[in-house]
Design a binder for this molecule. Structure first.
Ligand SMILES: [Ca+2]
Ligand SMILES: [Ca+2]
Ligand SMILES: [Ca+2]
Ligand SMILES: [Ca+2]
Length: 217
């Protein structure tokens, strides 16, 4: 089985930006994103290397969170064609020291507000799936690997209840059944939102002067 890395294994050649050891015997690195074709200019909040096509080299998922005017809109049609400013990115490792942006053809097309990224094989089919927690522009995304180089957002099929304003997330198999379980932080769950709007109503009732405080934890 090939070793997972940015490069195919070649004897005597270090992988990725790893430059081997310096004169003092310590490993050292060189910034080589430009050479590899992954010097992405998006406003990213996270990234993960994972082998989505099971060919032995690591591909790259980049989580995007671009501040833009759509963040002031609470009701708006979601962009699901890959053209949103807040669309995440997927780069396929070509195995020759270069990457190709395969975001749209791979089905990574949902507008987001990405704050958390986790990888795991949620259906135990041998292909890694992707969980993205989004704050409020879109629901969270569960990109299930279709095993043909594409992903499909199947979160409604897998999860009956989602967070309102997701922050970070993680995956771990907490009950040792072989299936990764998911944990997502919600900044504004329903009961907090209720307190918030009660506070706003009280403020309006008093002529603009707050009658109490609303704590958003
Ligand atoms: Ca790969
Ligand atoms: Ca590859
Ligand atoms: Ca899977
Ligand atoms: Ca489990």
């Amino acid at each position: 089985m090939p070793r997972q890395g940015l490069d195919r294994v070649e004897p005597g050649r270090p992988a990725g930006g790893h430059q081997g050891k310096n004169e003092t015997g310590d490993p050292y690195y060189e910034e080589m994103a430009e050479e590899y074709g992954i010097a992405d200019d998006g406003q990213s909040t996270g990234a993960a290397f994972f082998d989505y096509d099971n060919d032995g080299d690591l591909d790259l998922y980049i989580l995007i969170n671009t501040l833009n005017e759509r963040m002031n809109i609470s009701i708006a049609e979601r962009i699901t064609n890959g053209k949103a400013m807040n669309n995440d990115k997927l780069y396929r490792n070509n195995g020759d020291g270069t990457f190709t942006n395969v975001t749209v053809p791979a089905g990574i097309q949902y507008e987001g507000f990405g704050l958390g990224l986790a990888m795991g094989d949620v259906n135990k089919d041998g292909y890694t799936d992707v969980y993205v927690s989004n704050d409020f522009i879109t629901n969270d995304l569960l990109y299930v690997n279709q095993k043909d180089g594409t992903f499909k957002n199947e979160i409604r099929k897998y999860i009956s209840y989602q967070t309102r304003s997701s922050m970070g997330n993680d995956m771990a198999d907490v009950n040792n059944d072989g299936y990764p379980d998911m944990f997502t932080m919600d900044m504004l769950p329903g009961y907090i939102m209720k307190r918030y709007w009660e506070g706003v109503a009280a403020m309006r009732h008093s002529g603009g002067h707050p009658t109490g405080t609303v704590s958003l934890i």
